[in-house]
Design a protein around this ligand. Structure first.
Ligand code: ADP
Ligand code: ZN
Length: 782
């Protein structure tokens, strides 16, 4: 490998040495009353080589890499440039945080969000990472201290605002560092794009990093980049040579649903009060005014709702953002100005009261829900008014023709998503270039398949009503005419005398509105944006009117039914992250764990999730660790957190056990929603690492043993596991199997069947598959 291993090792051992020091101090003071764990701790620190996987496990307490994380980290470690596209919550930060701990030199992270750097750095320190930030919020004394630590080589990571990074002073400082910086990470890289709403002029100048430090690898990361934006990032940051990592875009724990808008605010209240009472969420609105009004209204209903938009003072925005991050159950009502860089893990829903302008924006915004991997909702209320408004904004935009065309295209894709009758996840992933088929089982169209009907005649009536009334009225009036209502307007314009008056009494008002919405969304009607937003026929309307083209329409679901009911109807669970427990003892323990977390967080003035995520508390509840060794195996318990908080939570568990007794150890938790291939493999891996045999895992998870071996083989292929960790074989047996593979004729190298037969069927296919995977890995390393 190209990076200096020795140096890295030295750094790493310094890290652990400081760790062990603190540890010994604590033991002397009798903090670790449970057992003398010194030797275990030592073992944990010193066993195994300094690999990304070991850092992931020991520092962060996670079992396996997700998606392309491992490949990205390796690429950066070997000095390559990278452009990383991953959805929000996909796990981008670890892609540079882990190299920062392995590669010599400090990792420099450029981040546009001064207000959030502090939080990010605090969270990293909880893991035991030496991180600092440098931006205009520091006094000159504080800034000098940071610079001194930088020069002393005492840092793993430094977060810096772009304007600060670009000063001659700071660039000069970087040039003097020995060793040179490990890498430059450019977070939120789409900020270089002039056409995005996150544009930051300083970002454009970041190309200077490449000119001044051509040998230092760079990694640019973003969650939003369609083709044009991606090209802009590459060109402006001079990343032509960078390897692109385009991550799996799926977020399986998010449940997507779109409801036809009637009274958006009322529908929102119903949805949240039924399904997310008291939980954190974000409500997006298009305008500042609507943000203020909605927040005020929700407050009158007793919600902790706070507004956020660019029209507020910076101080007021920061206050609200802080409350959202630190308190539980705050609902932020915001314009798109809110959300970039917010990494609160337990946002349980993102609701849109207005239609976003593109699927990119929608995906980025909804991605802020459920970063902790627990179930979360992406809810959107959408109606004809949204389409009209957005078409209008587009028409009035000052962008040049080409950009208008691009935006038009994006709006159409957004509308297509809203009106789709197939799986919404499929529509989203296909849009982002990931082919998918089948149903996901976790979106409204999958949970309650959309019925369609032959709407040809209805469409003809609706279109001809537009024509008869002169191509200038909105849907509300047109529906009145069709339904034969004698409103003041109908009478004033004499529309009670046109031939379409009263021909639509067979359908209800809501159905006609839905028909008009679908006609506009599919381009069978246009919006007169120069006039008052009236509806007009388009060239596509004529063949429909002439009866040459049939029209199929979707039946909108009835709005009063919640998706929770839907889920019940089709036999799936409602979309709740575990919050309430049937068993009072469990509820008491959950509350006690949360209270302890709150106290620890308050002592340090950090958000509760910085101590442990809900996922980790849940693991405590389900696994009931009785000592630090067991605690260390839980998801999200890294070495430093174990040291800082392990005993505090063991105390809570002990106190609870005294009162309620210890339940039998339940089997390890299986995620509630149907997991993706990736997740299910990860689950197998994590159970294996908790010491279970493949057979036990298969029994627990009610899967075939061959499936489990498939997961393990995959993990071995990805270098996440060695063969001997995966299966229990004598080394002589292992060698025999490997030899059998090598002995195969070269035209059928590494096929399973002949090896199975040669070995007399003694080893099942799954085992052979794992051994073969291990041989591939060994080859890769050569
Ligand atoms: P992004 O920056 O892509 O939006 P983050 O880096 O904030 O996402 O990661 C989202 C969450 O997932 C974080 O809580 C992070 O700690 C967690 N995470 C990242 N990688 C892993 C992993 N391999 N295993 C478990 N959790 C992970
Ligand atoms: Zn679906």
């Amino acid at each position: 490998m190209a990076f200096c291993h020795e140096h890295a090792l030295e750094r790493m051992s310094r890290f652990w040495a400081s760790f062990l020091n603190t540890f010994h101090r604590n033991t002397e003071h009798g903090h670790f009353h449970k057992e003398t764990l010194t030797s275990d701790f030592r073992k944990m620190m010193s066993s195994g080589p300094l690999t990304p996987l070991n850092v992931l496990r020991r520092v962060f307490g996670y079992n396996a890499f997700r998606g392309q994380q491992a490949a990205i980290i390796d690429h950066l470690l070997t000095g390559g440039d990278a452009l990383v596209l991953m959805p929000t919550g996909g796990g981008k930060s670890l892609c540079y945080q882990i190299p920062a701990m392995i590669r010599p030199g400090v990792g420099v992270v450029v981040s546009p969000l001064i207000a959030l750097m502090h939080d990010q750095v605090q969270a990293l320190r909880q893991w035991g990472v030496k991180a600092v930030y440098l931006n205009s919020s520091l006094s000159s004394d504080q800034a000098r201290q940071v610079e001194n630590r930088l020069l002393a080589g005492d840092l793993d990571l430094i977060y810096v605002a772009p304007e600060r990074l670009l000063t001659e002073r700071f660039l000069g400082l970087l040039a003097r560092l020995q060793p040179a910086p490990a890498f430059f990470a450019i977070d939120e890289a789409h900020c270089v794009s002039q056409w995005g709403h996150d544009f930051r002029p300083e970002y454009v100048q970041l190309a200077v990093l490449h000119e001044r430090f051509p040998k230092i690898p760079r990694i640019a990361l973003t969650a939003t980049a369609d083709g044009p934006t991606r090209r802009e990032i590459i060109a402006r940051l001079k990343l032509e040579e960078a390897q692109q990592f385009i991550g799996g875009f799926d977020r399986p724990n998010l449940r997507y649903r779109v409801v036809p808008k009637e009274n958006g605010r009322r529908q929102l209240v119903e949805f949240v009060e039924q399904e997310h009472q008291g939980e954190a969420g974000i409500v997006y609105c298009l305008s500042r005014k609507k943000v203020d009004e909605t927040a005020a209204y929700l407050q009158t209903r007793g919600w902790e709702a706070l507004p956020y938009h660019a029209g507020m003072t910076a101080a007021a925005r920061t206050t609200n953002q802080d409350r959202f991050l630190r308190e539980e159950g705050v609902v932020m009502v915001a314009t798109i100005a809110f959300g970039m860089g917010i990494d609160k893990p337990n946002v349980r829903f993102v609701a849109h009261l207005d239609l976003p302008k593109s699927l990119e924006a929608y995906y980025q915004e909804t991605g802020r829900a459920g970063r902790d991997g627990l179930p979360a909702d992406a809810w959107l209320a959408y109606g004809l008014g949204d389409v009209v408004l957005l078409r209008r904004i587009l028409a009035e935009s000052e962008a040049d023709e080409e950009h208008k065309r691009v935006e038009q295209h994006k709006l159409e894709a957004m509308l297509g998503y809203c009106e789709t009758t197939v799986c919404r996840r499929r529509v989203l992933l296909t849009y982002f270039g990931e082919e998918r088929d089948g149903s996901c089982g976790n979106c409204d169209t999958c949970l309650e398949p959309v019925r369609t009907w032959d709407g040809t005649v209805a469409a003809q009536k609706a279109l001809s009503c537009v024509y008869r009334t002169g191509n200038r009225f909105g849907a509300a009036h047109l529906v009145d005419v069709l339904r034969g209502r004698d409103t003041e307007r109908v009478l004033r314009f004499g529309h009670n005398r046109v031939s379409t008056y009263g021909i639509g009494k067979d359908l209800e008002e809501g159905q006609w509105r839905s028909i008009y919405r679908q006609l506009v969304a599919t381009g069978l009607l246009a919006v007169d944006v120069e006039g008052h937003g009236g509806l007009q026929l388009t060239p596509a309307s004529r063949p429909v009117l002439r009866g040459e083209v049939p029209v199929r329409l979707r039946v909108d679901p009835q709005s009063r039914r919640s998706v929770a009911d839907m889920g019940m109807a089709s036999g799936t669970t409602p979309n709740r992250a575990v919050r309430t427990f049937n068993n009072p003892a469990d509820q008491a323990l959950w509350d006690a764990l949360k209270t302890r977390r709150r106290e620890l967080a308050d002592e340090q003035g950090v958000p509760a999730y910085v101590i442990f995520h809900d996922t980790t508390l849940l693991a405590m509840l389900e696994q009931r660790p009785v000592n630090l060794t067991e605690m260390a195996t839980l998801f999200g318990v890294g070495a430093r957190k174990l040291e800082s908080y392990g005993h505090a939570f063991l105390d809570v568990l002990d106190a609870h056990a005294e009162r309620y007794g210890r339940p039998e150890r339940p089997p390890p938790r299986v995620l509630p929603s149907a997991p993706s291939v990736n997740e299910t493999a990860e689950m197998t891996l994590s159970l294996l690492l908790q010491g279970q045999t493949p057979e036990a895992i298969a029994a627990h998870r009610n899967l075939k043993i061959s499936t489990i071996y498939g997961h393990l083989a995959r993990a071995i292929e990805h270098g996440e596991l060695t063969v001997t960790e995966a299966i229990n074989l004598e080394s002589a047996e292992l060698v025999a199997i490997e030899d059998a593979f090598r002995a195969l004729p070269s035209d059928s190298p590494y096929t399973l069947k002949p090896v199975f037969e040669v070995l007399g069927g003694r080893y099942e296919y799954g085992i052979l598959r794992c051994v073969r995977a291990g041989m591939g890995q060994a080859k890769n390393r050569e």
